[in-house]
Every structure is written in structure tokens, then in C-alpha cells.
Write a protein that binds this ligand. Structure first.
Ligand code: GRF
Length: 205
């Protein structure tokens, strides 16, 4: 494990969470460094945003592969080549296979726009409004084979206000996403790097 955990961010779209991670990782005290941004969509606006921020960014176009296994093999090869230690999903719209997720167990994170376990899956803001809940929010969790069901690392709550539509609610949640995702990555990276330092002390080469 590197002194700062080498982290790759996977996106499919606008990349605002990715930007929040990149900004946070500029601080020398941050326990992770963002070494690469990858998108399964070559047209993802987040790719250009990452490059403007000085971070390498590439597409691995899902359509260029005969199927999910071949796409995931290319993704895995790129992660290995980059010596990635942590993977952050940030608006990455593909469900990764159980074998992929298992290989990255404890080192693959996702941000989800609801208070899990409530509202797994898509369209969470519309569904929160339909449920009539008083509170909504976001969750950072470890990715496991079951969608949006892995161990929770951090959550933030926001009120649902009278007159909210899905857009207003999404914006309120997104502000919290940008706060808790960097904090969660920092905590996970710190625990992985310090566990590694402990192990190196116990088993000196
Ligand atoms: C965020 O709401 C995130 O919680 C969800 O997808 C959206 C991605 O937005 N998984 P962005 O690409 O990070 O701006």
C-alpha cells in the first residue's frame, strides 16, 4: 500500500462527486490520491472536467467489448496497470459482476443518493417524494454483489421541504454527497494505509 492510497474513480456522467474527491485529494493530509478517472461512456462530461483539474482521464467504452466479462477484464487490467488500491464509483451506471466486486472487497466504494437501506436503485428523489418521507439523504457504502446493499461507511440527512420537487431535493442531497464522499474515502484510505504500516512492522521484509 502506498503512503497515500492510489485511487481510481469510475464515472459515467457529469462527475460532480469525482470533482469533490479530486479537490479534497489536493490536500497533502488527504490519505488517498486520485491517480485516474475512468468512464464507461466516452462522452461523459466528467472526463473533460477531470483533465482540466489535472487528473488523467480515459474512457473504456462498454460498446467496444463483446460483453460484460470482456469489458470488466479491460477495466481490471487498467486498474492493475495503474496499481490502483481503492476504486470509487461516482455516478458509474453499470452494475459490476460479483467476481469483480469480490476481488476489490473492502476497497471499492459507492455513493448512493438515499438513506440506505431505504430506496435502493434509481430515481431515489422522485421515490422519496412519493413516499412522503420527512428526511432524505445520501450514503457512502462498500460495494458488494448485492446492489446498494454493502456495509455503510457514512450517511448524511437532509430535510424534505414543502414544495420540493425532485430537482430541488436532488440539489440539497448533492451538496451533502460532495461533503461525505471525500470524508469517507479519506477514512477508508487512512485505515487501509495504517493497517498496512502495522503489518509491515510485524512482518519486516
Ligand atoms: C449522484 O447523485 C450519485 O449519488 C449517484 O449518481 C449521481 C452522480 O452524480 N450515484 P455526479 O456524476 O457525481 O455529478
Amino acid at each position: 500500500m502506498s503512503p497515500r492510497a492510489r485511487t481510481v474513480v469510475l464515472i459515467s456522467g457529469r462527475g460532480s462527486n469525482m470533482s469533490a474527491l479530486v479537490e479534497a485529494a489536493r490536500s497533502p493530509d488527504f490519505a488517498a490520491e486520485i491517480v485516474l478517472v475512468l468512464s464507461d461512456e466516452p462522452g461523459a462530461p466528467g472526463l473533460a472536467i477531470a483533465r482540466e483539474a489535472g487528473v488523467a482521464a480515459e474512457a473504456i467504452d462498454f460498446r467496444a467489448y463483446p460483453g460484460k466479462a470482456a469489458f470488466e477484464a479491460a477495466l481490471e487490467a487498467r486498474l492493475r496497470a495503474e496499481r490502483a488500491e481503492i476504486v470509487c464509483l461516482a455516478g458509474f451506471m453499470r452494475v459490476l459482476s460479483p467476481s469483480f466486486v469480490e476481488r476489490w472487497k473492502g476497497r471499492i466504494l459507492n455513493i448512493h443518493p438515499s438513506l440506505l437501506p431505504n430506496l435502493r436503485g434509481l430515481n431515489t428523489h422522485e421515490r422519496a417524494l412519493r413516499q412522503g418521507v420527512a428526511e432524505h439523504g445520501c450514503t457512502v457504502h462498500f460495494v458488494t454483489a448485492e446492489l446498494d446493499a454493502g456495509p455503510i461507511i457514512a450517511q448524511a440527512r437532509v430535510p424534505v421541504l414543502p414544495g420540493d420537487d425532485a430537482e430541488a431535493l436532488a440539489a440539497r442531497v448533492l451538496r451533502e454527497e460532495h461533503r461525505i464522499y471525500p470524508a469517507a474515502l479519506n477514512a477508508v484510505a487512512r485505515s487501509l494505509t495504517s493497517a498496512n504500516v502495522r503489518e509491515a512492522r510485524l512482518n519486516p521484509r
